[in-house]
Design a protein around this ligand. Sequence first.
Ligand SMILES: C[S@@+](CC[C@H](N)C(=O)[O-])C[C@H]1O[C@@H](n2cnc3c(N)ncnc32)[C@H](O)[C@@H]1O
Length: 203
Amino acid sequence: MGRSDRKKEHYYREAKRKGYRSRSAFKLKQIARKHRLLKGVDKVLELCSAPGGWTQILRELDNTLEIVAVDLDKMPPIQRVKFIQGDITAPDVVETIRDLTGGSVDLVLSDCSPNVTGNWTLDVARQLELAEATVSIADGLLTTNGKVLAKVFQGKGFQQFLQTVRDRYRSVKLVKPDASRKSSAEIYLLAALPRKQKEREDD
Ligand SMILES: C[S@@+](CC[C@H](N)C(=O)[O-])C[C@H]1O[C@@H](n2cnc3c(N)ncnc32)[C@H](O)[C@@H]1O
């Protein structure tokens, strides 16, 4: 077994042991600790949340958070989480998100992956659409000190997307937690302090 597989196996076993619904839970836990993600955060929108590993971590780290979660798939309930089953790229789902969040959130999380086809170019393009949808939703909801954490595959279109996010936020970091395998193309973009429309136009 290679190093990467051993790591995968390790987090798989740890997730089982701790009762987390996904290995991915450790990625959020590590990012949250290292980057103090929940500092000053009361309300979170979590996109592509099923089966709910990240949502479990949110609850574990702060029991008072208001959480709205969305996924195409069903997600077993988690205490006081408002869940929407739907497509984050669909306008009516975005409208429901707006209603359930009351129109503002402090943090948007997004761990979106399309159903992988095996065709790398197509998978990257689809994943990028989900990352773009995340930023567009965040644009309409984030508070002045708001943050967004979004998964992106590093492939065609990545650099351009990164530049778009840099144009919209004053702080943008690329984050690769230990629980994310080095061999995987995924990386997380952590953007904070959204620029106001006027500031963007003046730059
Ligand atoms: C890697 S999983 C998320 C795992 C989650 N962070 C956890 O820890 O349990 C990716 C999710 O993206 C969801 N997804 C993909 N396309 C979507 C879309 N258009 N709208 C909503 N969810 C989507 C999938 O259904 C899948 O549950």
